[in-house]
Design a binder for this molecule. Sequence first.
Ligand code: FMN
Length: 234
Amino acid sequence: MPKFKAEELKVEDQYKLMSGSIIPRPIALVSTLGPDGYNAAPFSFFNCIGVSPPMFMISCSPRDGLRGGKKKNNIKDTVANLRHCPEMVVHIVDYDLRNRMNVCAHDVDSSIDEIKEAGFTVQESEVVKPPRIAECRVQFESKLLDIHEMGKLPYYLILGEVVYFHISDLVINEELHIDPNSLDALGRLAGSGGYTRILDNFVMQRFHPPGSSPPEDIFEDAKAAAKLDRKLKL
Ligand SMILES: Cc1cc2nc3c(=O)[nH]c(=O)nc-3n(C[C@H](O)[C@H](O)[C@H](O)COP(=O)(O)O)c2cc1C
């Protein structure tokens, strides 16, 4: 098995190993408000942190990408806008919206409204200033908690709190379960054009909620299934 000491790798190679291994990544399409107007950009270094309150993280490279550096104005519009107005709307990108999302990924002048260029419909938010993108099936109106600068480039780790959920009735049921197939969220893989969709789901029994003890029969079933996998040399 090839092994690499991280600090001896070029940043491009570190990026290949991280973005190629941590897959699939969900994609947040983030609308923000800056002095020049609205902006939207996709980010796949994105995930849920926890609840109470509902919190998420997004990681943004410098505008120059892996060349990075703390040069003047070397931050993306999303970070600059969040410093101007600490609110955002995070949208989940589905397969049907992939091409419109892609338009928003272009590094254009901050005076250009990428939401409009992409052909998205802007909708007023309930409690934050940045707008919602009407076509997205999941829209999280959010407040900025913090921006941490991390690493040598640096990366800007954006921490946010969801304050208002908008979920299309196409994807949610009365018990607030979201149907992954109807959501059809796009997943990011590595490389310049790698994406995936959820086309194959399976269910595996979960032992027990955190803080409770595992029911004995479910634990025995899980161990038996793991033993079978080893026997089959999976
Ligand atoms: C699917 C996808 C995922 C992306 N993920 C990230 C990411 O996690 N972090 C990042 O800094 N840039 C990411 N980018 C690139 C940004 O979207 C791009 O730099 C964009 O121009 C930033 O826009 P802004 O300057 O309006 O903030 C991604 C692009 C695409 C298409």
